[in-house]
Write a protein of this length. Structure first.
Length: 274
C-alpha cells in the first residue's frame, strides 16, 4: 500500500463492479476505508444487465482482503433519501468522509429504442441528477468536519465533445456528461473556501460490463449514421482498463493534487483532440 490515503474515507457510487469497484480497490490500496453503494437491480430502459448484490459482495470481499474497512449498501442515486441513509450509515461507522467519487452512470444506447423520451429521462436522472444527489448528501458533513476533502465526478469524453449519437440515450448521455462539468465547476467555486477540491475525470471507452459484452451498445456503435467513428481513440489502443481511470481518481483524491480544483481531466487516449 502507498499510504497516500491513510486515515481517509471514500464514498463511491456504482461500486459493485467496473470502474467503481476498481476505484474502491485502488483507494483502499492507498489506505482509505470505503463507503460503497450500488443500485444492484435493473432499470427498465437499460438494455444490459446492471450490477447485482453478489457483485457488491465481491467488492466488499476484495476490499477486506486489502485489510481496509468497507460499508456497502444498495442505493439508487436517483433516490436522494435512500442514498443519504446509506451514506450516513457508512460515515457514522467509518468516521466521516474525505473523498467522494460520484461514479454511477448508465449508457443505454441501442439501435432501436423502445421509448426515446423515457430513455433520455433515465439517462439524465442517473448520470446528472444522481451526481448532484451524491454531492448533496455528502457536502454538509464534508464542510462540518473542517478537514477539507476531494470530490471526483465521473464524466466522459462525451462531456467534452458530442459523441453520443442520435438516439435519445445518446443525446441524453452527452447532455448529462456535459452537465456534470457544470456541477463540477459550480461546486469547485462553492466549496473552495472549505478546502474541498472538486474535479471531473473524462474516460474514453473502458473495459467494463457497460461497454464490453453490451450487445445493444455494439449495435448502436456499428451504425455509421448513429455514432460512427466519433469514439475512436487517437493513441493506438482500442479500450482502456478500469485501473487507468483509477490512477487518475487516486491522484485527484490525494494530497499530490492538493491545489488542483475545477479541472476536467481527460483519460481518453487522445480521443477528444481528434
Amino acid at each position: 500500500m502507498s499510504g497516500t490515503l491513510n486515515g481517509k474515507v471514500a464514498f463511491i457510487t456504482g461500486a459493485a463492479r467496473g470502474q467503481g469497484r476498481s476505484h474502491a480497490l485502488r483507494l483502499a490500496e492507498d489506505g482509505a476505508d470505503i463507503i460503497a453503494v450500488d443500485i444492484c437491480r435493473s432499470i427498465d430502459t437499460v438494455p444490459y444487465a446492471l450490477a447485482t448484490e453478489e457483485d457488491l459482495a465481491e467488492t466488499v470481499a476484495l476490499v477486506e482482503k486489502l485489510d481496509r474497512r468497507i460499508v456497502a449498501r444498495t442505493a439508487d442515486v436517483r433516490d436522494k433519501a435512500g442514498l443519504a441513509a446509506a451514506f450516513e450509515e457508512g460515515a457514522a461507522e467509518l468516521g466521516g468522509v474525505d473523498i467522494v467519487v460520484a461514479n454511477a452512470g448508465i449508457a443505454p444506447q441501442q439501435a432501436h429504442e423502445p421509448d426515446r423520451d423515457a430513455v433520455f429521462a433515465d439517462v439524465v436522472s442517473v448520470n446528472l441528477n444522481g451526481v448532484f444527489n451524491t454531492i448533496e448528501v455528502a457536502r454538509s458533513r464534508l464542510i462540518e468536519q473542517q478537514r477539507g476533502g476531494s470530490i471526483i465526478m465521473t464524466s466522459s469524453t462525451a462531456g467534452i465533445k458530442a459523441v453520443g449519437g442520435s438516439s435519445g440515450a445518446g443525446i441524453g448521455y452527452t447532455a448529462s456528461k456535459h452537465g456534470v462539468v457544470g456541477l463540477m465547476r459550480q461546486y469547485a467555486i462553492l466549496l473552495a473556501e472549505h478546502n474541498i477540491r472538486v474535479n471531473s475525470v473524462h474516460p474514453t471507452g473502458v473495459n467494463t460490463p457497460m461497454v464490453v459484452g453490451n450487445t445493444a451498445l455494439a449495435e448502436a456503435l456499428a451504425d455509421p449514421t448513429n455514432m460512427g467513428n466519433s469514439i475512436s481513440n487517437l493513441l493506438p489502443i482500442d479500450i482502456l482498463e478500469p485501473e487507468d481511470i483509477s490512477n487518475a481518481v487516486a491522484w485527484l483524491a490525494s494530497d499530490q493534487s492538493r491545489y488542483v480544483t475545477g479541472v476536467m481531466l481527460p483519460v481518453d487516449a487522445g480521443l477528444t483532440i481528434k
